[in-house]
Ligand binder design. Structure first.
Ligand SMILES: *Cc1c(COP(=O)(O)O)cnc(C)c1O
Length: 393
C-alpha cells in the first residue's frame, strides 16, 4: 500500500520500540548501540528515570498554557543557561531553525537600530542553519537550497577558517551587522573552526560593532566536552542558539543573548508553543541531570578515549582520511560516499549517520561510559573494514 506520508526522508528499514541508556531495541527485540542519539538529541540517554518521572509528573499537571501568562519554569531554565554561558537573557522556541530565525531577526533589528537599512549577516559556506526559507538561505549546502529560490537576501557566504576574507568584507562594506558560525560544523561534515579563528572573528565583531552569533544547536549542551563549544576558545558570543540536546528529546529551542543583543521588545517576536511547561520541565530536568552526572566532563573524557581508540583501531585503513571532532561529536572521514555503510552498521547493531556525503558521524548520548565506547569501537571497526573492502562506486 502506498504510504500516506510525504516522501521527505530516505528511511532505513528499522523501527525502534524502546530504549534504555545508550541502547535501542527494535520491534523484533534486536538490540542496537545508539551512536546517533536521535541526531545529537538524546543527551541523557533513553528512558532516563529522572527525565521520565519529570515529564510524566508535568503532563499530569499542565502541559501547555500560553505566553499570555507567567511561566515560572522559563525563568528557572533561563537562570541555568545564563549561569552556564555567562550570557544575559533567553527566548524559548521549539526547534533549531526557529532559534536561528530569531537570531537573524535580532541581528537585523540591531542593524536597523543604527540606521543600516539592508543589514547583512556573514555565514560559512558549509554551514547548516535549518530548512525554513531564511535558514536555508543562510545554509551553504546546494542540496538543502535547490528548488527553493528565491532566497532570502542579507546573507554573505564565506569559506570556513578564512579570516582574511572577513577582514576584507569589514573594510569594503558598511551594511554588515553580524557573523553566524557553528563552532564545529555538524551537517557540513564535522569540521571544527580553529580556536584562533573563533577568537579572531570575535575580535573583528568587536572592532566593527557586529554581533558574533554561534549556532550551537548541535555543538551545545555538553556535546563537545564543555557546556558550549565556543568556550574552548575562551570567548563569548553575543547570541547563541540551542535546540537538539536541550530537552533530552522533547522539542525545545532557545536563543541566549548578551546584554548588547537583548533588544527585542513586546510585539517583536513570539511563539504559541515555545517555552511551554512540558518543554521547560524536560529542559530543566535534562540540565539538572547534566549537572549532577557531570555529563560535559564525561563527554570530554569518553570522547577523547573514543577518538584515540578509533584512530588506533582504524589505523592503516587506506580509505580512512581523518578522524576529527571534539568530545562526543566525532566524524570519521572516508575517501568515498558513505551512505551505504548505514545498513551494514544496523545489521551489526549500531546506529550511525553520514554527513557531507563521506563523513561517518558519531554523536551518542552523553552518558556513554568507557565500556560502551569500547563496544562502539568493536562494532564499527569491522563495518568500516568491509565497507572499504568493496570497490569504490
Ligand atoms: C539540526 C541543526 C539545525 C536545525 O535544527 P532543527 O531543529 O532541525 O530545525 C540548525 N543548525 C544546526 C547546527 C543543526 O545541527
Amino acid at each position: 500500500m502506498a504510504s500516506k506520508l510525504m516522501n521527505t526522508y530516505g528511511r532505513l528499514p528499522v523501527a525502534f520500540d524502546h530504549g534504555q541508556g545508550v541502547w535501542l531495541w527494535d520491534k523484533n527485540g534486536t538490540k542496537y548501540l545508539d551512536a546517533l542519539g536521535g541526531i545529537a538529541v538524546n543527551s541523557v540517554g533513553h528512558a532516563h528515570p529522572r527525565l521520565v518521572k519529570a515529564i510524566s509528573d508535568q503532563a499530569s499537571k499542565l502541559i501547555h498554557c500560553s505566553n499570555y501568562f507567567q511561566i515560572g519554569m522559563q525563568e528557572e531554565v533561563a537562570e541555568k543557561l545564563v549561569e552556564h554561558s555567562g550570557l544575559n537573557a533567553v527566548f524559548f522556541c521549539n526547534s533549531g531553525l526557529e532559534a536561528n530565525e530569531c537570531a537573524f531577526k535580532i541581528a537585523r533589528l540591531y542593524g536597523h537600530d543604527k540606521g543600516i537599512e539592508v543589514p547583512h549577516i556573514i555565514v560559512m559556506k558549509h554551514a547548516f542553519h535549518g530548512r525554513s526559507i531564511a535558514t536555508l538561505s543562510a545554509t551553504g549546502n546546494p542540496a538543502v537550497r535547490k528548488g527553493f529560490a528565491p532566497y532570502t537576501e542579507g546573507f554573505i557566504h564565506v569559506d570556513e577558517n578564512n579570516v582574511e576574507i572577513v577582514k576584507e568584507l569589514a573594510k569594503e562594506r558598511k551594511d554588515i551587522v553580524a557573523i553566524m558560525v557553528e563552532p564545529i560544523l555538524g551537517e557540513g561534515g564535522v569540521i571544527p573552526l580553529e580556536v584562533s579563528v573563533m577568537q579572531e572573528l570575535r575580535a573583528i565583531c568587536d572592532e566593527n560593532d557586529w554581533l558574533f552569533m554561534c549556532d550551537e544547536i548541535q555543538t551545545g549542551m555538553g556535546r563537545t566536552g564543555k557546556w558550549f563549544a565556543h568556550q574552548w576558545a575562551e570567548i563569548k558570543p553575543d547570541i547563541m542558539t540551542l535546540a537538539k540536546g536541550l530537552g533530552g528529546g522533547v522539542p525545545v529551542g532557545a536563543v541566549v543573548v548578551s546584554e548588547k543583543a537583548n533588544i527585542l521588545k513586546p510585539g517583536n517576536h513570539g511563539t504559541t508553543f515555545g517555552g511551554n511547561p512540558l518543554a521547560m520541565r524536560a529542559a530543566l530536568e535534562t540540565i539538572k541531570i547534566m549537572e549532577d552526572e557531570k555529563l560535559p566532563e564525561n563527554a570530554a573524557k569518553v570522547g577523547k578515549k573514543l577518538k584515540k581508540d578509533l584512530s588506533k583501531s582504524l589505523n592503516g585503513f587506506s580509505g580512512v582520511l581523518e578522524i576529527r571532532g571534539k568530545g562526543l561529536m566525532l566524524g570519521i572521514v572516508l575517501d568515498r560516499d558513505a551512505h551505504d555503510i548505514l545498513e551494514p552498521a544496523l545489521k551489526a547493531g549500531l546506529t550511525l549517520s553520514v554527513t557531507a556525503g563521506n563523513v561517518v558521524r558519531i554523536v551518542p548520548p552523553l552518558i556513554m561510559n568507557e565500556a560502551e565506547a569500547d563496544e562502539l569501537v568493536k562494532r564499527i571497526t569491522p563495518v568500516i573494514r568491509s565497507f572499504l573492502a568493496q570497490p569504490k562506486v
